[in-house]
Write a protein that binds this ligand. Structure first.
Ligand SMILES: C[S@@+](CC[C@H](N)C(=O)[O-])C[C@H]1O[C@@H](n2cnc3c(N)ncnc32)[C@H](O)[C@@H]1O
Length: 398
């Protein structure tokens, strides 16, 4: 047991202190908190610790609104006021852009609802108890509701025991019409009749990749654009914030002759901007998502879109040339070398880089800025009360 004072926050929102001159990370603490800690990980370069006792607390600390906050690791920042979380995220993006891309820019942050925003959650079931795994462990934190999830998702949680699952995973998704799609992975003998009778909003149940009730997709929307989204296709978790991103991009980009939407998912970004685009190409690795993207082009009367299923890095050579706009929305890890080189070679007039990981964004920008000037970089609070933040950067060929 050591008594320490937290001096500042790291990029994940963890408090920093020093134990025997070694940097030590303590989640859910704030600068000026005086705490007793217990180390649970000691590596050569750093320690990780948990608080065993708050001796005195910063006057910035607030009471978390979620009753599970101290047990569950899904949220990282609920001990801060929401305004302070926004400031933390702004400063985090600014400092990472400076550190990895040598860009000295003020960053604005846009936000919508701070609670009940997620249209999808993944629940674990262990010995019939339903909840989240704590951090990276397999220890279950049983929950009755999650304050980040849309309210209809919370309503369905208490009916999930009707599925008769002892051990497994249930992904719950919803849309603006409050319809529910359940996607289950388990070896148990699942019963679907009772839950479907009791909870009228269930549109589909997929068990181990097979549809056992209704449909295997949900109709989502972003502003006026409609999207069929399969149970295993990616869709942005916070509709309201994606709508802010689309409105922001609509103002920034001019009319475009030919655009390429890399990592396009179900076609989300390209189709939402398609009224500004004459010819649209999209690339995505998940088959069902490409199937959705094609039907979504049809659904939204977009006749000029072509979608290619494959890994971006594998299909670059097969794509047409001379794009005016390339949209890039990669997974957390960012771009691989081949894709960065393609973007430099292609010399599109504009790039839109959407990222949920500012470190990989900044590293990629540092390379892309050889040919492209970052015009606007804006943060969006897609994941309130977590350490995560979405960033959108519009770049123009120099
Ligand atoms: C952050 S999501 C963005 C999806 C889409 N742009 C949207 O806004 O809904 C990243 C997408 O990239 C896809 N993906 C991941 N690695 C890929 C790769 N190497 N090549 C193509 N697509 C990939 C994922 O399946 C996912 O749909």
């Amino acid at each position: 047991m050591k008594k320490v004072v937290i001096t500042k926050l790291d990029n994940k929102g963890r408090g920093i202190c020093f134990v025997n001159n070694k940097i030590t990370f303590v989640p859910k603490t704030l600068p000026l908190d005086e705490v007793e800690i217990e180390l649970f990980k000691e590596s050569k370069k750093y320690n990780e610790a948990v608080v065993t006792k708050f001796v005195s607390v910063s006057d910035k600390r607030v009471e978390p609104v979620c009753p599970y906050y101290n047990l569950c690791d899904g949220c990282h920042l609920m001990h801060m006021s929401y305004e302070d979380t926004l400031n933390f995220k702004k400063e985090k993006v600014k400092s990472l852009l400076y550190k990895y891309a040598h860009l000295d820019k003020e960053v604005e942050i846009s936000f919508a609802s701070s609670l009940n925003y997620r249209n999808k959650i993944t629940l674990k079931i262990v010995n019939k108890k339903i909840g989240y795994y704590k951090g990276k462990s397999h220890d279950l934190v049983e929950i009755k509701e999650c304050l980040l999830a849309k309210s209809v998702i919370n309503e369905v949680i208490s009916y999930l025991d009707l599925l008769n699952i002892s051990n497994g995973e249930v992904v719950v998704r919803t849309n603006k019409d409050k319809e529910i799609l359940l996607s289950i992975k388990t070896k148990d003998d699942v019963k679907d009749k009772e839950i479907v009778n009791e909870f009228k909003n269930i549109r589909g149940i997929v068990l181990n990749d097979k549809t056992i009730y209704g449909n295997n997709n949900l109709l989502m929307s972003i502003n006026e654009t409609k999207y069929q989204v399969s149970y295993n296709s990616f869709f942005q978790v916070n509709n309201e914030v994606v709508e802010l991103i689309i409105s922001y991009l609509e103002e920034l980009i001019p009319n475009i002759s030919k655009a390429l939407d890399l990592y396009c998912g179900v076609g989300t970004i390209g189709l939402a901007l398609s009224h500004k685009i004459k010819e649209l190409y999209g690339v995505e690795v998940v088959k069902n998502a490409i199937y959705n993207a094609k039907e979504n082009a049809f659904l939204n009367n977009v006749n000029n879109a072509k979608y290619i299923c494959g890994r971006v890095e594998d299909v670059l050579d097969k794509l047409p040339k001379y794009f005016d706009l390339i949209i890039i929305d990669p997974p957390r890890s960012g771009l691989d070398k081949k894709t960065r080189e393609f973007l430099l070679r292609e010399e599109a007039k504009y790039l839109i880089y959407i990222s949920c990981e500012p470190i990989s964004l900044a590293r990629d920008l540092n390379i892309l800025k050889e040919k492209y000037d970052p015009l606007n970089i804006k943060a969006f609070d897609m994941f309130p009360y977590t350490e995560h933040v979405e960033c959108v950067c519009v770049m123009r060929l120099r």
